[in-house]
Design a protein around this ligand. Structure first.
Ligand code: PGA
Length: 257
């Protein structure tokens, strides 16, 4: 059974309790669009409040530490995310890689920790404009993923339920620029082949690969209808229920066509 399209809002460092009404509106709308799986990753401070409001959507975090606990001022562990009601965590977002110097091996350690804590993970990858212009986008993204994807020692694990990959070209994030559907199809096809080589056909073919970077209601239908695109990771347009659910509805329509 193909999985439902997965539309995930990354609120980044936006949102106080005043945003809870927006989360509630998103949740109620998601109940009317059950063909699409909708989730939001608000700032840590809103995970528990959104969890309490939500009847349908999952709430998750934008990062976690790789250790369970310890002397790590300012950090949050995967177990803490789960304790607050979080069901998933976004890992390796380019803003974390750039602003916090996160490396592929740290991201892999975080992925292992999150899975151990029972969370699902959304592992991000993507190239800079310079890398794309030099023709090395595909090799760069594959290298990132090979070094950061978790291993899944337990063969009974339903890998495609636990793991989602998000391809987000850095130059498309928050810029209004999006990759062409040809480029998205090429990159997602390469990521699919890598997932199959790592996890086998049964799991690798089922892992959803999200596209992210300036996804909006206006461009969502075209992007979501592209081969191997299993949903979207949405930043700016996830901050209002109107635009976020516009994207979710486009995903539902792409599913029907
Ligand atoms: P954007 O952000 O939709 O605002 O471009 C996407 C992301 O960073 O996940």
């Amino acid at each position: 059974m193909p999985k439902r399209p997965y539309i995930v809002g990354n609120w980044k460092m936006h949102g106080t309790r005043a945003m809870l009404s927006e989360a509630r509106t998103i949740d109620r709308a998601a109940q009317r669009h059950m063909k699409v799986e909708v989730a939001i990753a608000p700032p840590y401070t809103l995970i528990h409040p959104v969890h309490r409001e939500a009847e349908q959507i999952a709430v998750g975090a934008q990062d976690c530490h790789h250790e369970e606990s310890g002397a790590h001022t300012g950090d949050i562990s995967a177990a803490m995310v789960a304790d607050a009601g979080g069901k998933f965590v976004i890992l390796g977002h380019s803003e974390r890689r750039q602003n916090h110097g996160e490396t592929d091996s740290e991201i892999k350690a975080k992925a292992d920790a999150a899975l151990n804590a029972g969370l699902r993970i959304i592992l991000c990858c993507g190239e800079s404009e310079k890398t794309r212009d030099s023709g090395k986008a595909v090799s760069h993204v594959k290298k990132q993923l090979k070094a950061s994807l978790p291993q899944f020692e337990d063969s009974s694990e339903d890998i495609s339920e636990r793991l989602t990959v998000a391809y987000e070209p850095i130059w498309a994030i928050g810029t209004g620029k999006t990759a062409t559907t040809d480029d998205i199809a090429e990159m997602h096809g390469e990521i699919r082949a890598l997932l199959i080589s790592l996890y086998g056909e049964e799991h690798g073919a089922e892992v959803r690969i999200l596209y992210g970077g300036s996804v909006k209601p206006e461009n969502a239908a075209e992007i979501l209808a592209t081969q191997d695109v299993g949903g979207a990771l949405v930043g700016g347009a996830s901050l209002t229920a109107d635009s976020f659910m516009g994207i979710a509805m486009a995903a539902g329509e792409a599913e029907e066509s």
